[in-house]
Design a protein around this ligand. Structure first.
Ligand code: NI
Length: 393
């Protein structure tokens, strides 16, 4: 039996293609929100627009006195010039759905269609269509807009090219890493390139700092705990014969464990300060906190696994192969309420080499039906758990 009806499957593919053709950047998802709104209106589902920018919240009623199950899709695109050659490729220059959020949006709308027909929901279901995931700011803004008020659990997922279509990836433990950025301003003393002894060379200080920062992961952190410290930018100097008086390093720090996250950030600061002091330079370190690590608890992963098995069968529910050090702002919701984040296999043969955020990224549209059916399934599995608790308490 197909996972969802053929006409709905067809509509989801059409929806995904329309969203793909007209992608919008973080914070500018006006037309995307209009497409979502129109689809929900067609289903007579009550919803609100304009949350945290262009976010949309839809409520599907259930028994009173039971907290709702929240399902989330992200809806924004990336500043990338598309090179897929697809017939529905982006018509917006330099903007592309290169992370599959067009698919995430379509599958959650599919779930809306399935759930709106269900007269026997154990708990109310709330669908949230979140803007600005790529900037890492949308989820927190949605939380602040109150989308978790009255909510009991939350679930979400991402398309993943590492796994074949028809599979759902469910793991307990770390799913995504924290994403903090740092900036180190180095203030030395400019001088003539021929008389280095008269200055404090910020280029040399910066270079030593970059090399010393490599020892945090290799020498300080438990090797069994994945972590990353990368310097992505090094700006300094004005001319070949001038000792650079100032330099600036920008980097990112990733961890899957809150304690390791704190350790990495404090080590960056300590090493930067020590190297600066060693050479008589001054520095200013600025840490910009990003998303927290995303960690599925055993209990929530178990619920998600049961829902996934109902959809694709036990053999097609697989664990995460390797740790993912990318960030996902879904973690902000899970700081507030229990939940889990899964992945939907969507490998396209021959395109495995084009990861998310690549200009040639694409995914298997068969994953849309899997995602829609999974969201219906988890709404019921998690809803029953919430209803049981509501009766007992
Ligand atoms: Ni994404």
């Amino acid at each position: 039996m197909p996972l969802i009806s053929e006409p709905l499957q067809h509509r989801l593919v059409q929806l995904r293609r329309v969203l793909h053709e007209y992608p919008e950047l973080s914070g500018q998802e006006q037309n995307t929100a209009a497409v979502i709104s129109k689809f929900l209106e067609g289903l007579s589902i009550a919803h609100r627009n304009g949350l945290a920018g262009h976010g949309v919240l839809a409520d599907i009623p259930g028994p009173s006195g039971v907290p709702c199950v929240v399902l989330r899709a992200d809806i924004d695109a990336l500043p990338i010039q598309e090179e897929t050659g697809l017939e529905f490729a982006s018509v917006h220059d330099g903007v592309m759905h290169a992370c599959g959020h067009d698919g995430h949006t379509a599958m959650l709308l599919g779930a809306a269609a399935l759930l709106s027909e269900d007269k026997d929901l154990p708990a109310p279901v709330r669908l949230i269509f979140q803007p600005a995931e790529e900037k890492g700011t949308g989820a927190l803004a949605m939380v602040q807009a109150g989308v978790l008020d009255g909510a009991g659990m939350i679930f979400g997922g991402h398309l993943d090219r590492h796994y074949p279509p028809g599979t759902i990836v469910v793991s307990e433990g770390p799913v995504n890493a924290s994403t903090d950025n740092f900036t180190i301003e180095i203030i030395g003393q400019g001088a003539h390139g021929a008389r280095p002894h008269e200055g404090i060379d910020a280029v040399v200080v910066g270079s030593l700092m970059i090399m010393a920062l490599q020892t945090i992961v290799s020498r300080e952190v438990d090797p069994a705990r994945p972590s990353v410290v990368s310097v992505g930018q090094f700006h300094a100097g004005t001319a070949p014969n001038v000792i650079g008086g100032q330099a600036r390093l920008d980097g990112t720090v990733r961890a899957q464990d809150p304690a390791v996250r704190r350790q990495l950030l404090s080590s960056v600061r300590r090493i930067a300060e020590s190297i600066a002091q060693l050479h008589g330079a001054k520095i200013e370190v600025t840490i910009t906190e990003g998303t927290p690590p995303l960690v599925n608890s055993a209990e929530m992963a178990d619920l998600a696994r049961r829902a996934a098995i109902e959809v694709v069968g036990e053999n097609n529910v697989v664990p995460l192969k390797t740790a993912n050090m990318g960030g996902e702002d879904f973690s902000y919701y899970m700081e507030k309420i229990p939940g889990a984040y899964v992945r939907f296999g969507s490998q396209v043969p021959g395109k495995e080499g084009f990861p998310a955020h690549s200009s040639k990224f694409d995914f298997d549209e068969g994953a849309l039906a899997v995602g829609a059916a999974f969201y219906r399934s988890i709404a019921k599995v998690a809803g029953r758990r919430l209803a049981d608790h509501a009766i007992r308490s």
